[in-house]
Design a protein around this ligand. Structure first.
Ligand code: UT7
Length: 324
């Protein structure tokens, strides 16, 4: 028998306020045409005043609980992937735990920026496979609009706020690729590039939060190459081909990166889940938001093969294959 982590629930939350490209163009020197052509983004959601990362996360979590038919009492571990925590410490996961009325189990944050959800999913999966926990709540939640420099058109048009969550449940199976659950995960980092995408502040450097800075063109090049390598690694590890993939759910940073990666994989457009047009880049929240959308509208069906991948600051990147 092989223990796997099966997705038994999913949920997401987007703040009410929508900021369109045209509205942005009235504030900075940009245009809807440029943003759509270079990124595929048409709008993004922005958290309201007083609406914090933990609030977005808890909303998504409650929806995932409803969908799984469980309550917070059934959860052993809460993992929040975020680069926009409520506070420098404690972990936002502990605040979410409190918002969910949980006083048991363990809760901590995962910091791998846009790859955060893949890292968190892999971590929870390993805790479950090791037998240390039975049910984990894995959340990606961000309020990236709070760390943007709204005078920098090269970055402020790219990001949005949101949260997505999945419930993972330990389950024993035959150990084949037909078993439901996370089949494998593949994580990578290369800190040589730590200053390619970063926030220019922090407790130990400036004592201030700082703003997001990115060498966009360079990150773009790394993203296409490294995510293709990560997705190949996932297929090879499981003896599967790109044709076996039912749904490709990539990190939603830029439509052109998604198109280039799926083309390299040889995947048809209708197998690719796209939310970047409406959500923009929500960093660690983008994959669970996309999973919740595609599972919620009936595209992703139980038993189907789902490939996820992401790259972000660090650089940190990775992939995972999930039998839904
Ligand atoms: O999720 C984490 C990982 N992040 C990413 O994956 C993002 C990766 N990078 C990208 O998505 C793209 O590189 C960007 C969308 C950030 C930029 O697209 P690009 O095609 O690489 O454009 P560029 O940076 O080469 O800029 C092209 C031109 C420049 O003008 P010049 O120098 O050619 O005259 C920029 O100044 O576009 C200009 N530009 C803009 N123009 C209008 C940059 N931002 C804007 C803007 N509106 N918002």
């Amino acid at each position: 028998m092989v223990r796997r982590s099966v997705v038994t629930g999913y949920g997401s939350y987007l703040p009410e306020r929508v900021l369109t490209n045209d509205e942005l163009a009235s504030r900075v020197d940009t245009s809807d045409e440029w943003i759509v052509e270079r990124t595929g983004i048409r709008q993004r959601h922005v958290a309201g005043e007083g609406e914090l990362t933990s609030h977005l996360a808890a909303h998504a979590a409650r929806r995932a609980f409803d969908q799984a038919g469980i309550g917070a009492d059934a959860i052993d571990m809460v993992l929040v992937a975020t680069s926009t925590p409520n506070e420098t410490f404690p972990a936002t996961a502990t605040i979410v735990q409190s918002e969910l009325g949980m006083r048991h189990g363990l809760a901590f944050d995962m910091q791998a920026v846009c790859a955060g959800f893949v890292f968190a999913l892999a971590t929870a999966d390993n805790f479950i496979k090791a037998g240390q926990v039975d049910r984990a709540l894995v959340i990606g939640a961000e309020t990236f609009t709070r760390i943007l420099d709204w005078s920098d058109r090269s970055t402020c048009v790219l990001f949005g706020d949101g949260a997505g969550a999945v419930v993972l449940q330990g389950s024993d199976g035959e150990g084949t690729v037909e078993d439901r659950g996370v089949l494998s995960s593949h994580l990578y980092s290369d800190g040589y590039y730590h200053d390619m995408l970063y926030v220019d502040g922090g407790p130990s450097s400036t004592g201030q939060v700082g703003h997001l800075r990115m060498a966009g063109r360079e990150v773009f090049k790394h993203a296409v190459v490294k995510m293709a390598e990560a997705t190949d690694a996932a297929l090879v590890a499981n003896g599967l081909e790109a044709d076996d993939v039912d749904w490709f759910v990539p990190h939603q940073a830029n439509r052109r990166i998604i198109d280039a990666t799926s083309k390299k994989l040889g995947l048809a457009d209708d197998k690719v889940v796209i939310t970047v047009d409406r959500h923009a880049n929500t960093s660690a929240a983008s994959i669970p938001l996309a999973l919740a959308e595609a599972a919620g509208d009936g595209r992703i069906q139980r038993g189907q093969l789902v490939l996820i991948e992401a790259l972000g600051g660090g650089l940190a990147w990775g992939s995972a294959l999930i039998r839904w």
